[in-house]
Design a protein around this ligand. Sequence first.
Ligand code: FAD
Length: 414
Amino acid sequence: LGAFDVVIVGGGAAGITVAAGLRKYSRGGRNLSVAIIEPSDRHFYQPGWTLVGAGVFTMKQTERPEASLIPPGVCWIRAAASAFEPERDRVTLPNGMHVGYRALVVCPGLQLNWSAIDGLTETLGRNGVCSNYSADHAEYTWRCIQALDGGNAVFTQPAMPIKCAGAPQKIMYLAADHLRRHGKLRDVGIDFMLTGEAIFGVPFFVPPLLATAKGYGIRLNYRHTLTAVDGPARKAIFSVTGADGAVSELVKPFSMLHVTPPQGAPDVIRNSPLANEAGWVSVDPATLRHTRYANVFSLGDAAGTSNAKTAAAVRLQAPVVVRRVVALLTGGPATATYDGYGSCPLTTEYGKVLLAEFTYGGKVEPSFPLDPRVPRKSNWLLKTRFLPYLYWNRMLRGSEIDIPHKPRRFEDAR
Ligand code: FAD
């Protein structure tokens, strides 16, 4: 298939943003030949899936044809990368063809490991078993929520890292609020089953989230990992690790089970020379450049960085990758760095969102001069209106590429 200046693996949030940014940033005589390797003809705004599961958006509203997003002049290779040969500057496709590059940007997202839970794939989308992590089943979440009138509504959260760490609890709060508004909150027991030992990874946001859960009467069950589902019997099986490390089994009956599947690095990365020990692309956290291959970069969910795996992170990673790729290929200075910014808009009720924004190390870095621990109506508008607009009309078009992130601490406003 020949060689390109830049090959991008994955045409999701990160791949399209980088492609559009390269086109924009390398204008003016420095036009680069760019190819995107992406197998899917559909592109989803996944941050909208929480709202799909809560009946606020339809799935259709979160989907666009991939073809409509590939920037003009960028070559779309409609296939999945099947192997990486960074020593030979080429990527292999399933048909055995090779795509060569001068610079490689790796962003195939992460892998949802549905089959790691016995019985799940057979029953997902039926028997009250739903997941906002699936384009095919997020709408079923809303049907399950509406049908709730007794028993247990069970929400699971696997081991970290997962994409949008707050998503498992966002839908739980919206389900609880729906029940409250329909006078059914007392009839349904709500359980949050987490593999981890904290409701959120950034301690600053833990107290307001615990208060939100308590307000709905939600039972928090730490160190509980979903291992199997019996859909027809409506039973979920959990492995429970006690404080002493002893492991036991719990069988939990449910009327509704919202599953967040275990997640990990894509096999194609894990089995490649690009991987770190955990299987993610091994990159420097600030430059997003590969730790061993100087012409390889990675961003988005596949990158082996410790930021929250969010589209918000991609928005600030993409300008760094674009600038560094252009500098590598045209000989300019490479100074742009990424500070680990990620954001998680936690829907605590219909009409209110707690906007958690932070950088590497869980350093709280809000964009607005207000206490970020307070759920706000303005943040709901941000989540439901502004951020989807920003994504489709600015970020994916490369318009965010020149905008540096200037976080303001809320104390500044006092
Ligand atoms: P993706 O957007 O997933 O794109 C990866 C692309 O790579 C896909 O198009 C895929 O087809 C392609 N691909 C896969 N394998 C290969 C291969 N071998 N070769 C080539 N291409 C391949 N983020 C937020 O910022 N805020 C939120 O509120 C939020 N909420 C979320 C709620 C849910 C339920 C979910 C599921 C996600 C949420 N996110 C949120 C996370 C956000 O959607 C992701 O972090 C973001 O999409 C990551 O971008 P990416 O390009 O790395 O991966």
